[in-house]
Design a protein around this ligand. Structure first.
Ligand SMILES: [Mg+2]
Length: 461
């Protein structure tokens, strides 16, 4: 079957004006055929969504690269950014086993000669703004994911600016020349594939996944490389002898559903067969909804901190639903006893307004920082929801990890159930005041004071 893009459906062109299209044999009856006229109808066999025209652009080891850019003596050397804990590591350090988060002491033991430098957040903000300016100069269709990565849709630019790969190469050159930082770009038909491509191509790389090469690219990859598959899901799949995306693609859908639950199994089945959303999530006006809570000088029990975090999640998710928005990314901000700060973010497979889903992501982020929190104490915790989109249609829940890790924590709760619960709680709050209902875990600790959250967090890859 030949798919005819609307803009081209009525276009009749002769061979000498045709560039890059496929032709329909003259004998093939087409709506445009005119008897006796020796002219053929050419249509592109590729509608926009079947071309590789989504870019995922991601700065490499952002914080560490800024440090190496600003101090030539650090270039080519293993560098970690942080103090007591490593927030970011250069690729020289990563190659020698330094990861984030890791204590500075452990990192030094792992990597003799490691240079640890303090973070420079104003420099990161300036660099991020400059890079996003280049993104927006490239195309108006930019979906920011975090301080150092974004999706760009360049499907409309082919005639003017060249192919998506040419545009990606130019983007990398401009970021290197104008901002002085390495950036990796994945090019593919869907944001999911572009993201996986950029992670495979790191550092300082460019990788295109052509539409007819998607299986060849995806199937040899370890399951952990699939965006959204976390450690828990990967371990579960590995325990059944499933190592690669290709292993999963060989299975019927019902087997994956049996392993990972309904939504997770169905979604992963779609993922390994290349069926993921083709469009970017655009049109966000408000950048984030956040709240934070000062805890005072500790010590605080983990339960107390966890309760404070959940109180903040309740608050921001209520505001999210009041604004008829869904959130794509959860950011947890922490300020430690020594007044250093850190933030962790997690981008969900699909935007959601579910308190349970967002609380789970926030709890996971806090848990990933537990060693640092224990070592340095915590004086402030904040939660921000970013990547906000209008709540028009909510996709089914797509976290594979929640399907797996949720199994051991009592009965699974479906998205529909939690949405009804969220709606019921919102209704009670609207009628009796937001203090009318609160989590049992907050009764002993109190919700404390919260304030709007302004600063941005970032990831390191
Ligand atoms: Mg990055």
């Amino acid at each position: 079957m030949v798919l005819v893009p609307q803009s081209m459906a009525a276009t009749r062109v002769t061979t000498d004006t045709l560039r890059g299209g496929a032709d329909i044999p003259a004998s093939h009856p087409t709506p445009g055929d005119v008897g006796g006229v020796c002219e053929r109808v050419f249509v592109s066999t590729e509608p926009t969504s079947s071309r590789a025209s989504i870019l995922h652009a991601d700065l490499d080891s952002f914080y560490a690269s800024v440090a190496q850019r600003d101090s030539p003596r650090l270039r080519g050397r293993p560098v970690a950014v942080g103090g007591g804990v490593v927030l970011a590591a250069s690729y020289e350090a990563k190659r020698r086993g330094v990861t984030t988060p890791m204590s500075g002491r452990a990192a030094r033991a792992m990597c003799p000669g490691l240079v640890i430098v303090p973070p420079d957040f104003p420099a990161y903000t300036t660099a991020s703004r400059a890079v996003f300016e280049i993104f927006r100069r490239t195309t108006p269709l930019v979906q920011g994911i975090s301080i150092d990565e974004a999706f760009l849709d360049v499907s409309g630019l082919h005639r003017i600016d060249g192919s998506p790969v040419e545009i990606a190469a130019r983007l990398r050159r401009q970021v290197a020349e104008e901002v002085g930082l390495p950036i990796t770009v994945g090019v593919a038909r869907t944001p999911f594939l572009a993201k996986v491509a950029s992670q495979v191509a790191k550092p300082d790389g460019l990788l295109e996944v052509p539409p007819d090469g998607e299986d060849a690219f995806l199937h040899p990859l370890p399951v952990r490389r699939l965006w959204g598959v976390g450690e828990a899901t990967a371990a579960r799949l590995n325990s059944f002898g499933l190592q690669t995306a290709g292993d999963l693609a060989a299975l019927p859908e019902h087997v994956l559903v049996g392993l990972l639950g309904g939504a997770g199994g169905r979604h992963l089945h779609n993922v390994v067969h290349g069926r993921t959303a083709t469009a970017l999530t655009l049109g966000t006006r408000r950048a984030s909804i956040g709240a934070q809570r000062a805890l005072g000088q500790g010590p605080h029990t983990p339960e107390h901190v966890h309760a404070a975090l959940l109180g903040l999640v309740d608050r921001v998710t209520r505001r999210l639903r009041d604004a008829d928005k869904l959130a794509s990314t959860v950011v947890v901000r922490l300020r430690f006893g020594d007044y250093t700060k850190a933030s962790r973010s997690h981008t969900l497979m699909q935007p959601t307004a579910s308190t349970a889903r967002l609380a789970e992501a926030a709890t996971g982020l806090l848990g990933s920082a537990s060693a640092v929190v224990r070592a340095r104490g915590l004086t402030l915790v904040g939660v921000a929801l970013t990547g906000l989109v209008p709540d028009v249609v909510e996709q089914p829940e797509l976290s594979f990890d929640s399907a797996v890790t949720g199994a051991g924590r009592g009965p699974a709760v479906s998205v529909r159930d939690t949405r009804m619960l969220d709606a019921a709680l919102d209704g009670l709050g609207a009628r009796f005041g937001s203090g009318a209902l609160t989590r049992g875990s907050l009764l002993s600790t109190g919700e404390g004071l919260s304030a709007p959250l302004l600063a941005e967090g970032g990831e390191d890859d």
